[in-house]
Design a protein around this ligand. Structure first.
Ligand code: HEC
Ligand code: HEC
Length: 204
């Protein structure tokens, strides 16, 4: 079946056979839920191939858990989150959330395609050192020297550049408004800088 923002979540769960066993969405079987439901958008093992859907492989478990809770509580409110993830997260109980977070965090990391060399070099410079005279902090301070993430600071390395760029936009316009620290950082970046960092990170 084709999944899209208009697809009622209930239809996804029926299609996945979860309705017959209502306890399953409330289950500790993260690998199974991931395969039956999440992979339709996020790809097998969270290795999404479409820039519309973020990669989840090798993401930190603490961050995945925090995001699923943020969707469930409608705290992460950009349109794409509302359309795709609010309904999904509402059907997952604590055990399922923990188990999914553990499952995706164990999936090996993958790099994306590399882009323009000059843009990549500029993005690396911003990532590692920031732009001190423009108030842009070094991303590596929070996201790790390799962009690998730590705890509730997400992994950014290997992520689709379109997704990264879009997130910087929604932090800026306030619709992803539940992360004041990152919103403040996003406001320091202009579009050109945001694009450069996104191109660099995708290839990491
Ligand atoms: C119908 C498509 C679809 C399905 C199915 C789906 N997702 Fe998502 N998911 C998305 C989209 C689109 C986003 C990006 C939302 C945004 O832009 O904020 C997302 C974002 C996320 C994020 C945040 C990632 C980040 O880097 O911040 C997590 C975590 C997540 N999904 C987990 C899951 C899990 C777990 C499942 C299965 C139970 C699942 N998703 C099923 C479409 C989907
Ligand atoms: C002071 C710490 C800090 C710094 C510095 C920082 N970030 Fe973040 N960033 C965060 C936190 C915390 C989150 C997760 C917010 C949440 O929980 O929703 C985040 C999330 C993000 C996301 C969303 C990832 C996803 O999967 O949805 C992007 C993109 C991002 N940061 C890019 C950057 C870039 C680019 C820089 C450097 C210019 C940077 N960050 C600097 C703390 C930081």
């Amino acid at each position: 079946m084709i999944l899209g923002p208009g697809t009622p979540v209930i239809a996804l769960f029926v299609a996945a056979g979860l309705i017959a066993t209502p306890a399953l969405a409330q289950s500790e079987d993260g690998a199974r839920i991931a395969m039956q439901i999440c992979s339709g958008c996020h790809g097998v093992g969270g290795r999404s191939e479409s820039p519309m859907f973020p990669k989840l492989n090798a993401q930190t478990p603490e961050y995945i858990e925090a995001q699923l809770k943020g969707f469930r509580e409608h705290a992460r409110g950009e349109n794409t989150a509302r359309d795709y993830m609010w309904g999904m997260a509402a059907l997952l109980d604590e055990a399922a959330v923990k188990s999914l977070a553990a499952y995706f965090s164990r999936q090996p990391a993958t790099r994306g395609a590399s882009g323009d060399a000059a843009l990549t070099a500029k993005g690396q410079e911003i990532f590692e050192h920031g732009v001190p005279d423009k108030g842009v902090p070094a991303c590596a301070t929070c996201h790790g020297a390799q962009g690998q993430g730590a705890g509730t600071f997400p992994r950014l390395a290997g992520q689709h550049k379109e997704y990264l760029f879009h997130q910087i936009e929604v932090f800026k316009n306030g619709t992803r408004g539940n992360a004041p620290v990152m919103s403040a950082v996003a406001h320091t970046l202009n579009d050109e800088q945001a694009k450069a960092v996104a191109v660099y990170l995708q290839s990491r």
